[in-house]
Design a protein around this ligand. Structure first.
Ligand code: NAD
Ligand code: UDP
Length: 318
């Protein structure tokens, strides 16, 4: 198995998922947003190796000192926080375009199954709610989020083109807001921001009026869905997430309650093109693959808060 972005939040959990099944796993990452801390627990794992490389550059098979063939190439390399869209926009476009093509070429050489980590952002600011896979989306091609949204749409397009043109065995998963241990406390996404602010009893920053919604998915549920998709004969695209839709105010209140925080709310301007609602229609993945997410927001957030607090060395209140 090859996991690109294997040093990142989701990628490192997928690595763990493959290892738990007895697979040999290579992770490739350039640490632009990931960290080797996420795979430090695998230092003595003989079935795991890590390669430091940029998947957007050159010939991937030259960068990878691998004997034998990969069965699966899972392409998870890509910054994913909206805070990165303005910071490293060209890198995001490249890793989802040229990077995806490089991974598809490798999959073709190896006869490997290829999985593309797509996103609910392909639906943009949706005019259909909840979002089924058949919805084509409402995405600006020029706005600040376009570097991610359009790059992922291109990634899906080239994945399908390699299937049609070269017969590569592909899978596309559209991931909805996923959270859990190993998120970066300072990555700018809502959950790490709210947790770090609540732990310090500082103001929680809500963008807009905080009534925009997201449906949050604990990372072990996402990994379970991805493994079901890989084991199946379905190409997708397949939504994966949960139906735990909540406003950002509700999310912040829940985090405050779990932590026992005294934080108040500060309302800041809404970022441009920020989707107002988001919830997956999970009919396809539940009926085709028997997917059933297990972890409640309360339990998942408790585990995530413990991890984020440990990252910054803050003790939790009893
Ligand atoms: P992350 O930033 O923690 O992980 C991405 C990893 O990719 C990092 O380790 C980063 O260093 C690596 N990377 C980026 N560009 C690279 C390059 N050119 N070469 C090699 N490595 C590179 O983010 P994440 O949340 O774990 O997201 C992982 C994947 O899942 C991404 O493709 C993202 O678009 C997708 N996704 C995540 C979510 C979510 O809620 N977390 C939602 C939708 C889609
Ligand atoms: N958000 C917020 N305060 C923050 C960070 C994010 O209110 O400090 C909002 C953001 O505007 C968005 C939602 O929370 O509406 C989810 O943001 P996140 O960056 O986690 O994910 P995405 O926008 O990619 O779904």
């Amino acid at each position: 198995m090859l996991v690109t972005g294997g040093g990142g939040f989701v990628g490192s959990h997928l690595v763990d998922g493959f290892l738990a099944r007895g697979c040999e796993v290579v992770a490739v990452d350039n640490n632009v947003t990931g960290t080797t801390d996420n795979i430090a627990h695998l230092a003595n794992e003989p079935r795991f190796s890590f390669v430091s490389a940029d998947v957007s550059l050159g010939n991937l098979s030259e960068a990878l000192p691998v004997q034998g063939k990969f069965d699966v190439i899972a392409h998870f390399a890509s910054p994913a926080s909206p805070a990165d869209f303005g910071r490293i926009p060209v890198e995001i476009l490249r890793v989802n375009s040229q990077g995806t093509q490089n991974c598809l070429d490798l999959a073709r050489q190896h006869g490997a199954r290829f999985l593309f980590a797509s996103t609910s952002e392909v639906y943009g600011d949706p005019q259909v709610h909840p979002q089924p896979e058949t919805y084509w989306g409402n995405v600006s091609s020029i706005g600040p989020r376009s570097v991610y949204d359009e790059a992922k749409r291109y990634g899906e397009a080239i994945t399908m083109a390699y299937r049609r043109t070269y017969g590569v065995d592909v899978r596309i998963v559209r991931i909805f807001n996923t959270y859990g241990p190993r998120m970066r406390i300072d990555d700018g996404r809502a959950i790490p921001n709210f947790v770090s602010q609540a732990l310090a009893d500082e103001s929680i920053t809500l963008y807009g009026d905080g009534t925009q919604t997201r449906s949050i998915c604990y990372v072990s549920d996402l990994v379970a869905g991805i493994l079901l998709l890989l084991d199946s004969d379905q190409t997708g695209p397949m939504n994966c997430g949960t139906e735990h839709e909540m406003t950002m105010v509700e999310l912040a209140e829940l985090i405050k309650d779990i932590i026992g925080s005294k934080s108040e709310f500060t309302f800041l301007p809404m970022p441009e093109d920020d989707p107002l609602v988001r919830r997956p229609d999970l009919t396809r993945i539940t009926t085709e693959l028997g997917y059933q997410p297990q972890v409640s927001p309360k339990e998942g957030l408790r585990r995530t808060i413990e991890d984020l607090a440990a990252q910054i060395g803050v003790p939790l209140k009893a």
